[in-house]
Design a protein around this ligand. Structure first.
Ligand code: FE2
Length: 670
């Protein structure tokens, strides 16, 4: 007889314990053990939350190299079944080898579950018949559990789900995340109801009463925004370091639709617009994607959504100052170009309409489409096509955590028929549908890759652009880790080309995510390892850093409604000299629309306590030394970057924290 020492780790998660019996079978290259009950002196306490329990499995002779384990957890006394979340199993063989079996998923039934040994295997090198069988079984089950669905024609497909509780256990929120989210939502709503705000269709009577909505929920930056939102320099700053750093671009030629001439603008430093354009100091934000959208009706009133053009000048003292704003795309007498020299409220109203347009562009294109919906496609394709033992699964699964559930909730609570955007935002309803379609139709691969995107927008040397500075460093760090890990597994392009699971992953992303649109640069298959490395870098960057950059500052920058109105209920001025503070207050969204927006931003900016920051992998999916060392190096580089960002921020009037790796979550989880 020979003995195998089996150590079972139960995850340290709320409700992870089981009191059921657990049995295990070891399967090796030369044979297998019998199903053996895991019984120790701890008895029923062996599989409590956080427990590490050891057992012995005996076999008549060595069963060779271990390939997989089978685990089952029958009902206790045949009537009571509880869920169990084992983290991993370690087996020490009589030959002195240690085998690691990552699990990290809920076992809720009494069925037999198979888990592969942790050494990564691509499909073409998986030769053991039971290994191959379990690989095929796993993908068959996943294809049933994770099915594609069409939420709306013309946008990325999503996961088919009847409700949040119908999602497979392995992708659902933890108990901790669920309870904290419910607490945040319910206390926020209760506060608004107590103050009598959530049902009020009144206009704001004075601007400071807006500040009393969430007077106890200010952040340092939301207070700064409250104090500085009217200032031109801060208006310009937000195009670089606010929640939407994705629209601004260097302007070398003015669009025909924006007829600003030298004599119309007075630039700091006494320069002409033409000369400054040649020097690369003029920038443009063009919201043409919003042109012609059907605006919403809120509280029975027509709403107004503009498609502005904004011209900005980089001054000699490195500020980005707005110099001209046109609120509609077609030049006309009733579509004046506004300048900082206009009356205080004409210029302020022009900026408010730009901020209203930016809310729409940010929420639906930059945030929802370009991070949440794409992250869901990357995740569903991974779960359907790539088994746990594959190196790509091990690398990417931490970057899919909670994405499927948050997106289900986002669709139900924000853009469904009764969603908050549908009810209260200027673009709600038909406008949302059209804009999401346009966003996908205009999305290019290069715009998802920050080095290419910054170069294409001509923003390489704009001063004080922290999204770019921190984002490019993060991209490089992620790229180094991905390159190291994938080059370890794929020694040449031929290996990549014959990996049918990996190729199916990308072809499904192309088909279901990007709707097979050719000419956008999105890969349909991978030919070289370099292509794979870039795409996987983009996936991790999008799910972690990019989402953090456009999500985490929502309450900071949008919590003070005048800086980011969800909707505007009067048209913009068509002639100059007609506006006043009263015009502004009448134009702002009603009280109920304002507070719904503010409370949503509050919820969407709150980390849960089981937040996992970029580069932390509490689930150890990799077993081999080289990938484990690369991940350790990755973590070290992120810590260094975090220290540098924190030091830089100490000297900034407005710190840019969203891409500090300690603040970046591994996945789209909020
Ligand atoms: Fe988000």
């Amino acid at each position: 007889m020979v003995s195998y020492n089996v150590t079972v780790y139960t995850a340290n998660l709320a409700t992870a314990s089981t009191f059921n019996s657990v049995s295990i079978k070891l399967v090796g290259t030369d044979g297998e053990s019998k199903h053996t009950w895991l019984i120790s002196l701890k008895w029923a306490l062996s599989f409590l939350r956080g427990a590490v329990s050891s057992f012995t499995v005996s076999c008549p002779a060595s069963i060779g190299k271990l390939v997989l384990i089978e685990i089952d957890k029958p009902r206790f006394l045949r009537y009571f079944e509880d869920s169990w979340f084992p983290a991993k199993v370690e087996v020490n063989s009589p030959e002195g080898d240690t085998y690691n079996f990552p699990i990290y998923r809920w076992i809720t039934d009494g069925q037999v579950h198979r888990f592969r040994e942790g050494t990564a295997l691509r499909v073409f090198e998986d030769h053991h018949h039971l290994g191959k069988y379990s690989r095929e079984q796993e993908l068959e089950e996943r294809e049933k559990d994770f099915r594609w669905d069409v939420y709306q024609e013309g946008i990325p497909h999503c996961l088919k789900a009847e409700g949040p509780l119908s999602l497979p256990d392995e992708v659902r929120f933890s108990f901790t995340k669920t309870t904290e989210l419910l607490y945040t939502v319910s206390t926020g709503l209760a506060e608004l109801q107590l103050k009598g705000l959530s049902g009020s269709e009144e206009n704001w009577s004075d601007i400071e009463s807006i500040n009393e909505v969430f007077c106890c929920k200010q952040t340092d930056i939301s207070e700064y925004v409250h104090d500085h939102w009217k200032e031109d320099a801060f208006f310009g700053y937000q195009f670089l370091n606010g929640v939407n750093p994705m629209l601004i671009q260097r302007c070398s030629t003015l669009p025909n639709t924006f007829p600003v001439s030298d004599d119309m603008v007075s630039l700091s430093g006494q320069c002409s617009l033409t000369d400054e354009m040649k020097r690369g100091n003029i920038f443009l934000c063009d919201y043409k994607c919003l042109d012609g959208l059907t605006p919403n009706i809120v509280n029975g009133k027509d709403q107004y959504l503009m498609a502005p053009l904004v011209l900005l000048h980089k001054t000699p003292d490195d500020k980005l100052m707005p110099i001209a704003i046109q609120l509609k795309q077609t030049p006309a007498d009733d579509n004046p170009i506004f300048f900082p020299t206009d009356s205080e409220y004409d210029w302020l109203m022009a900026k408010i309409f730009v901020r209203g347009a930016d809310f729409t562009e940010h929420q639906l294109n930059v945030h929802l489409m370009r991070t949440h919906l794409l992250a869901e496609v990357f995740a569903v394709s991974l779960l359907r096509n790539v088994p746990m033992v594959h190196p790509l699964y091990k690398l990417l699964v931490p970057h899919t955590r909670y994405t499927l559930q948050i997106n289900y909730l986002g669709r139900a609570l924000l853009i469904s028929e009764t969603g908050i955007i549908t009810q209260y935002a200027a673009c709600g309803g038909e406008g949302t549908k059209t804009l999401l379609k346009r966003s996908l139709a205009s999305l290019t691969y290069s715009s998802l890759c920050i080095p290419d995107d910054i170069a294409a927008r001509g923003l390489e040397d704009v001063p004080n652009f922290y999204y770019r500075d921190d984002g490019l460093k993060l991209w490089d760090i992620i790229h180094r880790c991905v390159q190291g890990v994938l080059s370890f597994y794929y020694k040449n392009d031929a290996e990549l080309q014959k990996d049918s699971e990996l190729q199916k992953w990308i072809s499904d992303i192309f088909e279901y995510g990007f709707l097979s649109q050719a000419g956008k640069g999105i890969p349909q298959s991978f030919t070289t390892v370099a292509e794979l490395v870039k795409f996987v870098t983009m996936v991790i960057f999008t799910c972690s850093a990019q989402h953090a950059a456009v999500n985490a500052g929502q309450y900071d920058y949008c919590g003070w409604m005048p800086n980011s109105p969800v909707s505007l209920q009067h048209p913009p001025p068509t002639t100059k000299g007609t506006t006043s503070e009263a015009t502004m207050l009448q134009t702002f969204p009603n009280v109920n629309a304002t507070v719904q927006g503010m409370s949503t931003f509050w919820v969407l900016s709150k980390h849960s306590t089981d937040f996992v920051s970029l580069g932390h992998y509490p689930e150890e999916h990799f077993s081999e030394k080289i990938p484990c060392k690369l991940i350790k190096d990755f973590h070290g580089e992120l810590q260094e970057l975090s220290a540098a960002i924190k030091a830089r921020n100490e000297n900034l009037e407005v710190p840019y924290t969203y891409l500090d790796p300690t603040e970046v979550e591994n996945s789209v989880a909020l």
